[in-house]
Design a protein around this ligand. Structure first.
Ligand code: XIL
Length: 322
């Protein structure tokens, strides 16, 4: 059987990767893995505000459309990332001047134009990304500053645009940050009480071999207890979190990483099937990871596939243990 068929047989939920359209186009190994090893696709950057809505009156769907077409050809699901975020906003948004109504019109139009464009092609959306700080307070942003209750409003506008889309709140680093986790759970309770549509929680899972298993398990259990869909949305497991320049990715670190991958897969398997939205890795090969590019950590090896796009030595073991 073709490997994606195999994946569909052994995993009752989609296994995803975030992708970079330039690499899909230029690198045939990358493209082959994205096609053959994953059943869900997220745009790593190209559906974010700055790229998809570069000017007030202009949306740019070219790269997003390419990713959707690639996924369709491979019968992969598409996950939408992300409609509202404090980061990677468009410059014109930061310069925008207007009263509350004008800001609400801007954000509503942003959300609804994109969702209308991808209607029926994107299964679920990260509606709001990273809205809370570690201490549980609302993160300051142009949205928080200008639109009272912007979280609830964003979800309401999203549901209005596409009532079939699964609407996620997505965030990172809930493990070991009880105040942040509490803020997320309080938001879910509050939304349920006010009948604000929310259907899923995205746990980014940018973790490391030093992350604490108990803390990870706890936030998964707390999230699952909401009854919402659960997405491990941006998984990577750093093996060299302190960016040691002399780091060697030896058998020990590979094994420690495999153990963390296994923890994530087994914790996910314990989630009731109807709540399992999927597990998405934050890119394909170690070389492509944002930990290398964005964080400039050249000796980092956080993903399922190595620098030569080969399965990690522990890959088979990982699947055997599922
Ligand atoms: C990252 C991308 O991987 C980088 O290429 C980009 O420069 C910055 O953003 N949380 C998120 C993702 O929700 O959108 C971020 O992606 C990683 C952290």
């Amino acid at each position: 059987v073709h490997s994606t068929e195999f994946l569909k047989l052994i995993l009752p939920y989609p296994l995803g990767a975030s992708v970079n359209p330039r690499l899909l186009e230029e690198n045939s190994s990358y493209r082959a893995l994205a096609m053959n090893e994953f059943t869900s696709i997220t745009a790593e950057n190209h559906m974010k505000m700055a790229l998809i809505h570069p000017e007030a009156m202009r949306f740019d769907f070219v790269k997003g459309d390419e990713i959707v077409a690639f996924a369709k050809k491979n019968k992969s699901r598409v996950h939408g990332h992300t409609l509202v975020w404090h980061n990677q906003t468009a410059p014109w948004m930061k310069d925008f001047q207007g009263d509350q109504q004008a800001w609400e019109n801007l954000l509503k139009n942003h959300i609804q134009t994109i969702m209308n464009h991808y209607q029926g092609q994107i299964a679920g959306w990260d509606v709001v990304n990273e809205a809370f700080l570690d201490d549980g307070s609302l993160r300051p942003s142009i949205w928080a500053d200008h639109i009272p209750d912007y979280l609830a409003k964003s979800f309401t506008w999203a549901h209005e645009a596409d009532s079939k889309a699964i609407l996620f709140y997505n965030d990172y680093g809930q493990d070991g940050k009880p105040k942040k986790m509490e803020a997320i759970l309080n938001m879910v309770q509050d939304f349920k009480k006010r009948q604000i549509p929310i259907h899923g929680l995205g746990l980014q899972m940018h973790i490391s071999i030093q992350s604490k298993n108990e803390e990870i398990k706890q936030v998964i259990e707390q999230s699952t207890a909401t009854g919402l869909h659960i997405h491990f949305s941006e998984v990577d497991v750093a093996v060299n979190p302190k960016n040691n320049p002399d780091f060697v990715n030896d058998v020990m670190s590979l094994q420690a990483q495999s153990n963390k991958f296994h923890l994530l897969f087994s914790a996910f398997a314990a989630i009731p099937t109807k709540q399992q939205y999927g597990i998405t890795f934050w890119n394909v090969g170690d070389k492509d990871s944002w930990l290398r590019g964005y964080f400039k950590r050249p000796k980092e090896y956080p993903l399922l596939f190595d620098e030569s796009y080969q399965r990690k030595s522990v890959y088979g073991e990982l699947y055997q243990r599922l």
